[in-house]
Design a protein around this ligand. Structure first.
Ligand SMILES: Cc1cc2nc3c(=O)[nH]c(=O)nc-3n(C[C@H](O)[C@H](O)[C@H](O)COP(=O)(O)OP(=O)(O)OC[C@H]3O[C@@H](n4cnc5c(N)ncnc54)[C@H](O)[C@@H]3O)c2cc1C
Length: 458
């Protein structure tokens, strides 16, 4: 058992009293993320500089204490849960935008910068940071990089990895490693991309360089209502095959729509059982042409109505409606398992139909929503966790879902990562040799297995 009083005393010397939390009631807020798991950290630390992170790492190594980096705790798979008495290393005080280099279109940030703050800052320079997880008003760039987060706009613009050009990270041996932009792009192995999506298990990221692009100016947003989810899903594939790419193409089924409608006002046809929200952000002429084609595709597939948002406020209301889905579904019962599967775009209708049938068969509510345009759909199992029968049926349903997804050539995680929640399913996706290679990589970066141990691999 580690001597926490001694450790805490040492860390208070490095960080000062106010940046070391040791009392149970203070640590509670760092014991969970947006998933269902909980574990109270042994200590919570708030570094303000890379130098302090190095000292924390050295202390942790000396006392053989695991460390779990933490952004905003909006992760869905338990990546930031401090299991095994780990230290929670919160980056909420390393939250400065260090530079917007407008002429080279590069942003340099600390990991605790909230995603929306970077987006807003870029806009002041007429630039754009496209990755926008639906949690963008809370999530941090450090968390986004560690999870390689996607978002609503990733259909056209790609995910966090497509904008990440460099990192500075600290290993558990206390070394500072500079990659990509910070190392003049010279290293033969691409450690920048290796860190991206490593879920806080390879290095502690303390500085991030991101590519920015020109800000789009014209937006045209459509909402298309359908009498059934399969025809909406079929329309997604038809739109994607029509020769242009919307910037966003989101899907919500009836349960998702009804759940959000309880908290957000939105006029819908009574028979609506699925909603597509589609946005274009090219110039006005192209947007109009794409919208006309999209409207005729939706009508051909039986849409009840296709409406265009008449102004910026109506557009914002649509996105607010969509972005409220995850939290609205949480209120439907005592447990929500949110699986972020991804399938090839040609298989979207097939997976939607599979889930609809399975929900009926196992008698569990399974709403579907998400970034359908890139095949990344959130399948939510909603049930009463106090009812053993329901819990078992939901668990078996998740297993069946993942088997089907892999069979269709898809992925068991489109964007939320593996963390704790999906580690037992990883062998369904990856061959044993691949898993073994990944474990060896982890051991190279973290020989004592102290950085976020017990995550990703069983
Ligand atoms: C309502 C809602 C909507 C969401 N929508 C989306 C979505 O559209 N797309 C999407 O991809 N995800 C989405 N998510 C999931 C989540 O927001 C993302 O995974 C996000 O990137 C997590 O950021 P965070 O700052 O909250 O990180 P945390 O949850 O705190 O941590 C996530 C992981 O990052 C690691 N980490 C954090 N900071 C560092 C660091 N400095 N160095 C090394 N590792 C670090 C942690 O150890 C952990 O493994 C959503 C979540 C919610 C609650």
């Amino acid at each position: 058992m580690a001597d926490f009083a001694k450790i805490s005393k040492k860390l208070k010397r490095v960080l000062g009293k106010s940046r070391v939390l040791f009392q149970p009631e203070e640590k509670l807020a760092y014991s969970f993320d947006a998933g269902s798991r909980r574990s109270i950290p042994s200590i919570v630390l708030f570094p303000e500089t890379a130098r302090e992170v190095i000292e924390i790492v050295e202390t942790a190594s000396e006392f053989h204490l695991p460390i779990v980096p933490r952004g905003a705790g909006t992760g869905m798979t338990g990546g930031s849960i401090p299991i095994n008495d780990a230290v929670a290393l919160s980056f909420e005080r390393m939250n400065r935008i260090l530079k917007i280099d407008a002429s080279n279109r590069i942003a340099i940030v600390e990991p605790g910068v909230v995603t929306v703050s970077l987006q807003d800052e870029a806009i002041k320079f007429n630039l754009y940071y496209p990755p926008d997880p639906a949690s963008f008003k809370m999530s941090t760039i450090g968390g986004n990089v560690a999870e390689n987060s996607g978002g609503l706009r990733c259909l056209k613009y790609g995910v966090t990895a497509d904008y990440l050009i460099g990192t500075e990270f600290i290993t558990m041996t206390g070394e500072v490693i500079k990659t990509g932009y910070f190392d003049d792009y010279r290293a033969p192995y691409d450690l920048t991309q290796l860190l991206c999506g490593s879920e806080g298990t390879l290095g502690i990221i303390v500085k991030i360089a991101l590519r920015l692009i020109d800000k789009p100016h014209d937006f045209l947003t459509l909402s298309a209502e359908f009498p059934n989810p399969v025809s909406a899903a079929g329309s997604v594939t038809d739109i994607l095959n029509s020769g242009f790419t919307p910037s966003v193409l989101e899907f919500m089924d009836k349960t998702a729509i009804e759940a959000v409608s309880r908290q957000e006002r939105f006029d819908l046809n009574e028979e609506t059982a699925a909603l597509l929200i589609i946005e274009f952000d090219d110039d006005a002429e192209k947007n109009n042409f794409y919208a006309e084609t999209t409207i005729s595709i939706c009508r051909k597939n039986g849409a009840l109505s296709v409406k265009s948002a008449k102004d910026a406020e109506a557009r914002e209301n649509l996105w607010k409606f969509r972005r409220s889905t995850s939290s609205a579904l949480t209120r439907l019962n005592t447990c929500k398992i949110n699986e972020d599967i991804a399938v090839p775009r040609s298989k979207i209708a097939e997976i939607v139909e599979f889930v609809e049938n399975m929900a009926e068969e196992i008698d569990i509510l399974i709403p579907i929503f998400g970034h359908a345009g890139d095949g990344n759909i959130h399948i939510n199992f909603i049930f009463d966790k106090n009812d053993t029968g329901q819990s078992e049926r939901a668990e078996a349903g998740v297993d069946r879902l993942f088997t089907k997804v892999v069979e269709l050539g898809g992925s068991i995680s489109g964007e939320h990562g593996i963390g704790l929640a999906k580690q037992k399913y990883l062998p369904k996706q990856l061959e044993a040799g691949n898993v073994a290679m990944q474990k060896q990589l982890k051991a190279v970066f973290d020989p004592q297995n102290l950085l976020n141990p017990g995550k990703i691999f069983v």
